[in-house]
Design a protein around this ligand. Structure first.
Ligand SMILES: Cc1ncc(COP(=O)(O)O)c(C=O)c1O
Length: 408
């Protein structure tokens, strides 16, 4: 995984050439929109979308407008708010590659959606749940809690940069010890390894294994295809690659599971006919709204709708290409400085995360110094993590690299 050999350098140059030959530059009007929408690039060197992203201007304006409206007319326009809420579900469905917006619930965060899955399914003692050995705690703790309650077995597999899906596929295909469910991050938060979800989804589908994807490091950074990849459950909070606020995310649940899952949160909002407070003989909503128990976070909804709109307008295919170009650019600069790259070198195996370290330099200290010099980044996986988005400018990356040069 980490090497700076001549072979690898050649591979990267090749990759970059490959990228540039299929690279269609964004049209000038789109570039102008992007420059206008992200004033953050003039304020600091923001390379931390894998943690909490800056908002585009349209999102900030949506929140300001909503605040003014609330101040001046309260919830007089609540019916318009409800339409906005529904539009958000529609757009999130597009963003995750689902034809059916009824499969989308609005949730607080990734952890909440993972808990809905974990406590919505029936478990037998000895059922196996498969995760990786380097999952973000949200996608480990919830399964471990089931182990304590129901005696399920949580198995961890290693995801290597050489063949990331190998151990998962082996487990799915095994005759004995087949997992009931695998729950995996589409893109690993520390190493940045991107899994081939199409391959994993196909294997899960044909082996009757439930496929749950923590999508927070992927949705908004690449094309995502819940329907095509046979994903049973996917979830993400909106504050990373989706460029929204913290505290509002989506939960995708395949249609056939909606009515079979156990519910453990109840309220006025999750019933069929919500809003008619006279209903006595209530039933849970027929769609994924049954997982939303009470009043929605409208303010965050306005924000996330604006961010989602912008991503869809640019196009996720183009977003992914721009991210890859930024990634490849930073990678070259870092290699030039002699960094050990801890993220995949193969462009097919990565999305937005680039983690690195320098031998003989403490990464935690380096991270602190970078932050002290306005390079916004993270300290993850034993290294410094850079995570540029599609809007990140060359100037921003060059400035960050120049700061880095003074610190190593
Ligand atoms: C892979 C992954 N899952 C989940 C989260 C966050 O979970 P939540 O949305 O519940 O705060 C993070 C945050 O860094 C993450 O990287």
């Amino acid at each position: 995984m980490k090497t700076t050999s001549i072979f690898v350098t050649a591979l990267i140059i090749n990759e970059s050439l490959k990228m540039s030959s299929k690279y269609m530059p964004l049209p000038p009007e789109t570039l102008k929109t992007i420059a206008d929408q992200f004033p953050v690039n003039d304020q600091c060197m923001y390379l931390n979308h894998a943690a909490v992203a800056p908002w585009p201007k349209c999102t900030s304006e949506a929140v300001q407008q909503f605040a003014i409206e609330n101040c001046q007319t309260g919830a007089q326009g609540y019916l318009t708010w409800l339409k906005k809420e529904q539009k958000l579900r529609t757009k999130l469905a597009l963003l995750v590659g689902s034809k059916n917006e009824d499969c989308i619930a609005l949730v607080k965060n990734t952890s909440e959606a993972l808990s809905i899955v974990a406590y919505g399914l029936d478990w037998q003692t000895g059922d196996i749940i498969l995760i990786s050995d380097d999952e973000f705690p949200s996608n480990r703790i919830v399964w471990e809690s089931l182990a304590q309650k129901f005696g399920v077995i949580v198995k961890q597999v290693h995801i290597s940069a050489e063949d990331p899906e190998a151990e998962i596929l082996e487990a799915i295909n095994s005759a004995v010890n087949k997992p009931k469910l695998i729950s995996i991050s589409a893109v690993q938060y520390a190493s940045g390894i991107k899994l081939d979800l199409a391959k994993l989804g196909e294997a899960c589908h044909s082996n009757n294994v439930l496929f749950c994807v923590d999508a927070i490091q992927a949705v908004g950074a690449m094309e995502f295809k819940c329907d095509e990849w046979h994903i049973d459950f996917a979830m993400a909070d909106g504050h990373k690659w989706m460029l929204g606020p913290e505290g509002l995310g989506f939960f995708f649940v395949k249609t056939n599971h909606i009515k079979n899952m156990n519910l453990y949160q109840y309220g006025w909002h999750m019933i069929e006919g919500a809003g008619d407070f006279s209903i006595k003989d209530w039933q849970p909503a027929n769609n994924a709204r049954r997982f939303e128990c009470g009043s929605p976070n409208m303010l965050a909804g306005y924000a996330l709708e604006a961010s989602t709109d912008l991503l869809l307008e640019i196009g996720l295919d183009k977003v992914a290409v721009e991210i890859e170009n930024n990634h490849a650019y930073l990678l070259r600069q870092l290699q030039h400085l002699g960094a050990d790259i801890l993220s995949p070198l193969d462009s097919n195996m990565r999305a937005g995360i680039l983690t690195f370290k320098f031998s003989g330099i403490d990464s935690a200290e380096l991270y602190q110094k970078l932050m002290g010099n306005d390079v916004v980044c993270a300290n993850r996986g034993g290294g410094v993590r850079f995570s540029p988005h599609f809007h990140t400018t060359k100037k921003c990356m060059d400035n960050a690299i120049n700061v880095l040069k003074t610190l190593i």
